[in-house]
Design a protein around this ligand. Structure first.
Ligand code: C2E
Ligand code: MG
Ligand code: MG
Ligand code: MG
Length: 298
């Protein structure tokens, strides 16, 4: 009898596991189908200069609107893609969509917003992709096809990605850098290997994690961390970008601390391509340029 009971318990456990696996498999299949059917799409979030307020670039962010389950966060489907060998296909699709959009955007007349420099496009790259040289060859080929120089692209990596296998990462990051790609270290300050990653790797930009930025007004600790990151990055000749700027207080604080670029809801939300184009035509009106100029001249 006791064996029977154990058996039943075991079966229940097994059933539960199977059910969870099925749910999991289903989602992977759904994600794969969505990728194959081209159902994933991109939104773009603007990045502006902290000093002049002008639009300097944009970050492509992946979105998935499931037919029945509705909006699925990238925080969910990106890890799923990473764990199931789908991430490189997803990344390629991001470039396939974002590169023509960058060209479309460059063709917009920026006379109004006094925009005349090349816009930089940021794309997130997963840790797992760093091992895949073929992916970067394919990205380069896409750049050729769309007549976009690697210098116009910023590949965003998290510090854990870079420090997972530091020797291999240093090798591939150096190769990418030599080919002209700009490299950014995303969500900086949240990992354990931050300083080392920054000093050793050929990054062009450091992105201060939004948790520090969002608490900067209230937390002296956050401000100290931000200050230290900015000083270190600048001494290494890297640009500093802040993500998660949600109000003017944060923008002013970061600007005063010497941050170069700003990104966040206060400046602009992630937008659909058509919306982004409209937004960019009057980019200078979206943040208080006059006020920034005034402060700058004081
Ligand atoms: P991330 O690269 O650090 O992107 C910043 C995230 O912060 C985005 O979330 C953005 O919508 C959000 N954000 C921007 N401004 C603000 C703000 O002012 N306040 C707050 N609270 N949040 C803000 P999202 O789009 O949900 O993306 C989450 C993460 O998913 C990204 O973090 C990135 O790591 C990953 N991800 C998104 N798209 C891709 C992709 O195409 N490829 C890869 N590998 N990862 C992606
Ligand atoms: Mg990013
Ligand atoms: Mg980030
Ligand atoms: Mg993040």
């Amino acid at each position: 009898e006791s064996i029977n009971t154990a058996d039943t318990a075991d079966n229940k456990f097994g059933q539960q596991l199977r059910a969870e696996n099925e749910a999991n498999t289903l989602t992977v299949n759904e994600l794969e189908q969505a990728i194959n059917a081209g159902e994933l799409y991109l939104v773009y979030q603007p990045k502006v200069s902290c000093i002049s307020g002008t639009l300097t670039g944009l970050e492509a962010l992946a979105r998935w609107q499931h037919a029945e389950k509705g909006f699925i966060s990238p925080e969910k489907f990106i890890p799923l893609a990473e764990q199931n060998g789908l991430i490189d296909r997803l990344t390629l699709q991001v470039f396939e969509q974002a590169l023509p959009f960058l060209n479309q955007l460059q063709a917009v007349d920026y006379a109004v917003s006094n925009q005349n420099r090349d816009l930089l496009l940021s794309v997130n790259i997963s840790a797992a992709s760093l091992k895949n040289l073929k992916l970067f060859k394919q990205i380069e080929a896409l750049c050729d096809t769309h007549h976009i120089r690697p210098e116009q692209l910023i590949l965003e990596l998290t510090e854990t990605a870079a420090m997972d296998d530091p020797v291999m990462s240093l090798d591939i990051l150096t190769q990418l850098r030599l080919r002209g790609f700009r490299l950014s270290i995303d969500d900086f300050g949240t990992g354990f290997s931050s300083m080392l990653a920054l000093v050793r790797m050929p990054f062009s930009e450091v992105k201060v994690d939004k948790t520090f930025v969002m608490t900067s007004a209230d937390s002296r600790e956050s401000r100290l961390v931000i200050k230290a990151i900015i000083e270190l990055a600048h001494s290494l000749n890297m640009q500093v970008a802040a993500e998660g700027i949600e109000d003017n207080t944060a923008l002013e604080l970061l600007r005063k601390m010497g941050c170069d670029q700003a990104q966040g809801y206060y400046i602009g939300r992630p937008m659909l391509p058509e919306v982004f184009i409209e937004w960019s035509k009057n980019a200078s009106e979206h943040i208080d340029l006059q006020r920034l100029k005034h402060l700058h001249s004081v």
